[in-house]
Ligand binder design. Structure first.
Ligand SMILES: [Zn+2]
Length: 115
């Protein structure tokens, strides 16, 4: 039953990431995963173990998402985005965007080259 619970926790954490439009980071993933793991671990009498496993799973998920720089919108569409180097606004990229493309931030007006 414990393995089944862990499996549910992993699905829960991944589902959580899939549903948010917020930027995902390794730190945020570890924090959310750790919290979810601690709750689940507490219920099965292993709070610390649950938190560690949750942090590892959540951190990994956050790391992977962070590297890919994609996010899922409310309607389930996966979009590529890049952060403005000046104001850190998330700018959606068209599917055709490639490295070297010139991007203009709609928030602060900074123009930069996509890496
Ligand atoms: Zn900007």
């Amino acid at each position: 039953m414990r393995i089944a619970s862990l499996f549910v926790a992993v699905i829960f954490v991944l589902g959580l990431f899939g549903c948010t439009t917020e930027e995902r980071t390794t730190l945020g993933g570890a924090g959310i995963g750790g919290a979810a793991g601690a709750i689940i671990g507490h219920q099965s009498g292993h709070t610390a173990e649950g938190a560690l496993i949750g942090a590892a799973v959540g951190g990994l998920a956050g790391y992977l998402y962070g590297q890919h720089k994609t996010k899922t919108t409310a309607d389930g569409t996966v979009v590529n985005y890049v952060e403005c180097p000046k104001c850190s606004t998330s700018l959606n990229l068209p599917p055709t965007a490639r490295a070297g493309a010139k991007i203009k931030c709609g928030s602060c007006g900074t123009t930069f080259i996509l890496k």
